[in-house]
Ligand binder design. Structure first.
Ligand code: ADP
Length: 296
């Protein structure tokens, strides 16, 4: 019912006392390897909530690819659409210092080879989806092909991360476009959007999406469509690690929209899922089941 089209990365994390400067070598702690990437995260988050979920992505024919396929299958994601080969699996090399500041190098690898032709070859998967969710860690032309391949009556959800200017064709398909403050400001580059999220939403709506959701971290979210805007309260929790919270939010929103919920109701549920995700360390490891969301 839900198809996620997006990235799959291995996150390679090393804790260091100090992040290295140019030409410098520092010793760090033991390497931790985690499945990540926005597409893979969203698919796991949706499946953990109990939604029938498929992933269209590309990984390398290597150990990181196996790690990613295993984590998807363990969560119950349909991986028939995960293509293997063409380049090494995408990797994020992450160094984290004791204050929590990090330096990250991303090699998109196989994510950068997920091509429009791959979307056309997976037309059955795309046509079968009630909701299709995408991000921008894959080539933009691939996202354009997804938009062109949608079944009539299906719904397209986009988190434009990392943000870049979007063609009108993509913007017009979004229902909703889901952005945080940084993404909103990049998409509104040149418009002087100010500091009020309701203004960002209004300005973004004028670019063509059918609806907009602005996520606001601990302050919750804001939803807006042609009828007006509404704020969505956050759930007060002890935040431990916000990694992957936005992906959990987007996945939960897509799941509830697929079940027929109104946008504001879906966003309220997604805020609970995002809040649950920040109470535990990691990205995919932090995602709640439907029962855990109820208990929150
Ligand atoms: P991103 O990771 O994309 O920047 P946000 O940080 O806005 O996204 O988080 C996405 C959603 O997760 C928020 O809209 C909110 O519902 C929830 N969330 C994030 N941080 C917290 C927090 N500290 N407390 C409660 N909910 C949070």
């Amino acid at each position: 019912d839900l198809l996620v089209v997006g990235s799959a990365n291995a996150d390679l994390v090393i804790g260091v006392d100090r992040r290295p400067a140019a030409g410098e070598t520092v010793l760090g702690g033991d390497l931790a390897t985690h499945p990540g990437g926005k597409g893979a995260n969203q698919a796991v988050a949706a499946a953990r909530l109990g939604a029938r979920t498929a992933l269209l992505a590309r990984v390398g024919d290597d150990a990181h690819g196996t790690l990613l396929l295993d984590s998807q299958r363990a969560a119950g994601v349909d991986t028939a659409g995960v293509l293997v080969g063409g380049a090494p699996t995408g990797v994020a090399l992450i160094t984290v210092d004791p204050s929590g500041d990090n330096s990250i190098v991303v090699s998109p690898g196989a994510n950068g080879r997920l091509a429009p032709a791959d979307v056309r070859a997976a037309a059955g998967l795309v046509q079968a989806a009630r909701v299709v969710s995408a991000q921008l860690e894959i080539p933009l032309e691939t996202v354009v092909e997804v938009v062109r391949s949608l079944a009539p009556g299906s719904r397209f959800v986009l988190n434009p991360s990392p943000p870049q200017p979007l063609p009108d064709e993509v913007l017009a398909a979004c229902d909703p476009l889901i952005v945080n403050e940084h993404e909103a400001k990049v998409l509104l580059d040149g418009a002087d959007p100010g500091e009020d999220p309701a203004d960002w939403a209004r300005l973004l709506l004028a670019r063509g999406p059918k609806s907009v959701v602005v996520t606001l971290g601990a302050a919750g979210a804001l939803v807006a469509d042609g009828h007006g805007s509404e704020s969505v309260p956050s759930v007060a929790v002890d935040a431990v690690d916000t990694t992957g919270a936005g992906d959990a939010f987007t996945a939960a929103l897509a799941v509830r929209l697929g079940a027929g919920a109104a946008l504001a109701d879906a966003a309220a549920y997604a805020a609970r899922v995002g809040a649950a995700a920040v109470t535990r360390r990691g990205a995919q490891d932090s995602y709640p089941t439907a029962g855990e969301v109820e208990a929150l």
